[in-house]
Write a protein that binds this ligand. Structure first.
Ligand code: GLA
Length: 385
């Protein structure tokens, strides 16, 4: 595909190594990277015990380290002047420092072998912030994996994901589900991760070679998501309590009528979306890309009309993409209120998307979007530095 800058690959690791040398005056001795992610389907169900189907993508966040003499220092090299922080300095919830502190504390608390010696750490990222591609999980997991290695913690990817998830809840104050950390930590190249967020069960599902995945990043970074996300989550918890179930996603759809009217559309989305994830996964396994695309279109409608987490730019991009020849389906991905659309297409269909979407999008909304292909990539890994 051509056109818009395609954030595939990138050089976050190279930049992190260089920045470390110039900030701390020594070469790093350890490195780790973790990818961004795109959820194919199963949106806003992870915190309701539902099933999700994300992939890791090619853009990565890199974290490098060297032993330090005194307190642990972290340098977020993409932030320039604002990027320096030492443990012990303030880390208010929501700041990037709160994510770093949370991961440091949570990994420190994992079953131990080594001592937690002080480190100088540098982070650089190619995952765009606010695009719905989970730059925060990439940050947490790259840092977490590096710390686990440096301090001799032996953890499974699921333990690492859980530690990073606690960091995001308890330190950054974001009540997210477990999907992002799980796929960022444990993805396998060429596969989507079918994750049951109720049981933690994981099944790797190969992405067929003829399925091309394209992201449209609308460039919209609505802060509204930050206040609406906890509200949706609280509404789902209320609905689950009324129905007497632990996982709203697995409740019986025929019970929705027992809920107060304001909660019904939310429950309808969560329960139907969980079913669509399973349907999509079996279409993918059977090579039925048309069926998978239909499930994506239905998912978008449900997120727009019932769950109400879409916005004009996402709706426009999803419906424009879905109407193009060689496209099976399209939907918003991630938390919503901006961010990105994911499109499932044939190879020729994908080729036509930048031209069909970018100029018309800019005319419609007065600012550009970015259209780029993504492939199912590997999760977090240690790197040679
Ligand atoms: C955000 C959260 C995830 C998930 C999605 C919506 O990305 O971090 O846990 O809830 O929104 O599916």
């Amino acid at each position: 595909m051509g056109q818009s800058a395609a954030p595939n690959g990138g050089d976050a690791l190279v930049r992190a190594v260089r920045a470390h040398l110039s900030r701390f005056g020594v070469k790093p001795t350890l490195g780790a990277t973790a990818p961004g992610r795109v959820n194919l389907i199963g949106e806003h169900v992870d915190y309701c015990g539902g099933r999700v189907l994300p992939i890791a993508i090619g853009v990565r966040t890199a974290c490098v380290a060297s032993p330090a003499a005194d307190a642990t220092r972290v340098f977020a090299s993409d932030l320039g002047q604002r990027g320096g922080w030492s443990v012990g300095e303030p880390a208010p919830p929501g700041s990037w420092q709160s994510y770093a502190l949370g991961v440091l504390e949570e990994v420190r608390g994992l079953p131990t072998r080594g001592a937690c010696g002080p480190l100088d750490l540098t982070i650089a990222s190619d995952v765009p912030i606010g695009a719905g591609l989970s730059s925060s999980a990439a940050f947490e997991v790259s840092l977490g994996l590096l710390l686990a290695r440096a301090w001799g913690r032996e953890v499974s990817f699921a333990d690492l994901a859980a530690a990073c998830h606690r960091a995001e809840h308890d330190y950054a104050g974001v009540p997210c589900g477990i999907m992002d950390q799980m796929v960022v930590a444990g993805a396998v190249a060429g596969h989507a991760m079918l994750l049951d967020c109720g049981t933690g069960e994981v099944r790797m599902t190969p992405v067929p070679k003829d399925a091309v995945l394209v992201v449209v990043d609308t460039g919209v970074r609505h802060r509204l998501g930050e206040s609406e996300y906890p509200k949706r989550r609280a509404a789902c918890e209320r609905a689950a309590a009324i129905l007497g179930v632990r996982a709203l996603a697995r409740a019986d759809a025929s019970e929705i009528g027992r809920l107060p009217e304001d909660l019904r559309p939310f429950a309808r989305h969560v329960i139907s979306e969980d079913g669509r994830t399973v349907r999509f996964a079996s279409c993918l396994a059977g090579g039925d890309l048309a069926g998978a695309g239909r499930a994506m279109n239905e998912s978008h409608e449900s997120l727009r009309d019932d769950y109400r987490v879409s916005c004009a730019e996402l709706d426009w991009a999803a419906s424009r993409a879905a109407s193009m020849p060689g496209v099976f389906g399209a939907r918003m991905t991630g938390g919503g209120f901006g961010g990105s659309v994911i499109v499932l297409a044939t190879h020729p269909g994908a080729q036509g998307l930048p031209g069909a979407i970018s100029p018309a999008f800019e005319r419609e909304f007065g600012h550009p979007c970015r259209v780029f292909e993504v492939t199912a990539s590997e999760g977090a890994r240690l790197e040679k530095v």
